[in-house]
Design a binder for this molecule. Structure first.
Ligand code: C2E
Ligand code: MG
Ligand code: MG
Length: 548
């Protein structure tokens, strides 16, 4: 993206003065140096005529002898019944995702320049393309255009803050009073905000009740305070509208103007959906986290197809007999020689609902290993694998799990499915039904991280699981009290009475081991005995079995 802003400025310069297809061709020819473009074409749909009379709008052809690949296609509506499609053909191989995104901006620019050359309706089209109908504020495109204009006029971007904000409770107003009232309110709100922000800032309206603003940093706290409590009308002084706000204090030069919307959006999204706070500021950690998530999601499918994921096995050991009694299969992403922990990619996959293919992959690989160990006479001990709660949405999941175990020719007692507890009643029901399905198919299950947050004693009563895994916070938290100890002792006792196996996770030291033993738990999964091990390493444990 680093080049895009320069390109935008460049294209704009070209289109200054009297625009012409020839000028556009010239501009795009320059861009071809950066992207492997073969040809750029625009197709006009509907009754549209170019001012120049030049209807053939292949705006660039590289003359490259490499044949063109599949084009990236970007469609724009000009007015009802009239639209334009911009095709950008790669020379040879297809564009990758990043290139496509960058080219989208170029296509939009082509579209804007061509639009200036369109004879009829050109004024109206311009407005639709850059203005929000309800409020008359610039829309996303218009806002970014204005930002670019101000930068060109000498505004120092590093002295600005970018905001993204969304009105609280607006959906409810729309539902209760109807769209007309909602729109009137939006107009009044937009007017009030625009007036307050004044000439030294910019306000945009992205649609619905989503707004953006660029303001000088020195006015940031004042504007944020205002947005938390806007009075949209003089007529009704009792009416106040608050917003959830994401703030990005722009640190320096911005390579890609779209970041002026995207960055504060990240903070806004965090404020609204995770932290439940009215204002969140973009921090390095937040940006890093979101960038990482984006990278994970972009690479995930290929990585899975390329078998970049491996199962590591962490031994479970009976601390009395010191014998290996089981293991947990834990996924690792081996990328360019580095081993990436699930903590880095599982949350991103969970958010986008993509854990299931990975969990089934881990199950299948674990089963294949179990099978091989049996064939090789290693007499494997049971292995548990994790399934995300999100996976339970999949219809017939228990059957799918069963099919994989059977296809691999593994005895069912050798596999256990780990699940964490549910957080609400609906999920609770889904989880109970799933455990029930597994039970009917003769597949074992375990409650993972028990005691880490939402657990309750009713879990013990309602879920007929085979194993209870006590969360490691029970052994490594600093403020562990004698009350916790009593509770833990009772939980262990009750679970055992109910016929469940009990295991404690995260035991690292002698004193922790002594403590869990004292409350009646003897099976341990923790660094005290072993870390998660690559397969070959774990196979050595299968041979020895006995810990010192
Ligand atoms: P988990 O299922 O509770 O797995 C136990 C985690 O605790 C593992 O982290 C393990 O390395 C770590 N651990 C074990 N003993 C100790 C100890 O003594 N001290 C400390 N500090 N940590 C210990 P890991 O492998 O990084 O996995 C983290 C989580 O990622 C897992 O927690 C599980 O929720 C998830 N996960 C791992 N593999 C999969 C998978 O294939 N599918 C899904 N859906 N989730 C997975
Ligand atoms: Mg687990
Ligand atoms: Mg756990």
């Amino acid at each position: 993206m680093a080049e895009t802003l320069r390109h935008l400025k460049f294209l704009r310069a070209v289109s200054d003065g009297k625009p012409s297809v020839e000028k556009l061709r010239g501009a795009i020819r320059e861009l071809v140096i950066v992207y492997h473009i073969y040809r750029v074409e625009a197709e006009l749909i509907g009754d549209i005529h170019l001012e120049s009379g030049e209807q053939d709008i292949t705006v660039y052809e590289s003359g490259n002898s490499i044949p063109a690949g599949d084009p990236a296609k970007y469609a724009y509506t000009l007015s009802p019944g009239k639209s334009m499609v911009v095709y950008i053909y790669p020379a040879g191989t297809a564009f990758d995702d990043i290139e496509r995104r960058e080219l989208e901006i170029i296509a939009a620019e082509c579209m804007m320049i061509l639009r200036m050359l369109i004879r009829d309706n050109s004024r109206r089209v311009t407005r639709d393309h850059t203005e929000q109908q309800v409020t008359g504020l610039p829309n996303g495109n218009g806002y970014l255009e204005k930002v670019a204009e101000r930068i060109a006029e000498g505004m120092k971007i590093a002295e600005q803050s970018a905001l993204y904000f969304n009105l609280k409770g607006f959906g409810e107003i729309n539902r209760q009073y109807g769209r007309e009232v909602g729109n009137t309110l939006l107009r009044q709100y937009a007017g009030a905000v625009k007036t307050f922000v004044g000439k030294d800032g910019l306000v945009g309206h992205l649609g619905e009740d989503n707004f953006v603003a660029l303001i000088p940093k020195k006015r940031q706290s004042e504007v944020v305070a205002f947005l938390r409590d806007v009075h949209p009308t003089e007529a009704d002084p009792g009416l106040k509208i608050g917003a959830t706000i994401g703030v990005w204090e722009i640190p320096g030069e911005v390579d890609d103007t779209e970041e002026i919307i995207k960055r504060p959006y990240i903070a806004y999204n965090q404020a609204k959906n995770f932290l439940l706070r009215p204002v969140v500021y973009v921090s390095d950690a937040l940006v890093k986290q979101v960038d990482q998530q984006r990278t994970v999601l972009e690479r995930f499918e290929n990585a899975l197809a390329g078998e970049e994921f491996q199962v590591y096995y962490q031994p479970k050991v009976d601390s009395v007999t010191r014998l290996l009694v089981g293991a947990e299969g834990l996924v690792r992403w081996i990328h360019k020689g580095a081993v990436i922990s699930p903590g880095v990619f599982i949350p991103a996959l969970e958010q986008s609902g993509q854990t299931l293919p990975l969990d089934l992959y881990v199950l299948r690989h674990t089963c294949m290993d179990l099978r091989r160990w049996s064939v090789d006479g290693l007499n494997p001990v049971p292995v548990s694998v994790n399934f995300s709660r999100r996976d339970l949405k999949e219809p017939g999941l228990a059957k799918k799990i069963c099919a994989i175990i059977e296809e691999c020719g593994v005895r069912k007692e050798l596999v256990e499915i780990e699940l964490t507890e549910s957080i609400d009643d609906e999920e609770h029901g889904v989880l109970a039904a799933f455990i029930n399905d597994l039970n009917k198919l003769g597949i074992r299950s375990a409650i993972d991280d028990f005691g880490s947050g939402y657990s309750s004693l009713s879990t013990l009563r309602e879920f007929q699981v085979h194993t209870l895994k006590i969360d490691r916070s029970f052994v490594n938290s600093d403020d562990f009290s004698w009350r916790d100890e009593i509770i833990l002792r009772d939980i262990v006792h009750m679970a055992q009475e109910l016929g469940m196996n009990v295991l404690t996770e995260g035991v690292e030291r002698d004193d922790q081991l002594a403590f869990v033993n004292s409350v009646g738990c003897h099976v341990i999964q923790g660094f005290y005995f072993d870390r998660p091990l690559p397969r070959e390493e774990y196979e050595k444990r299968l041979v020895h079995r006995q810990y010192p």
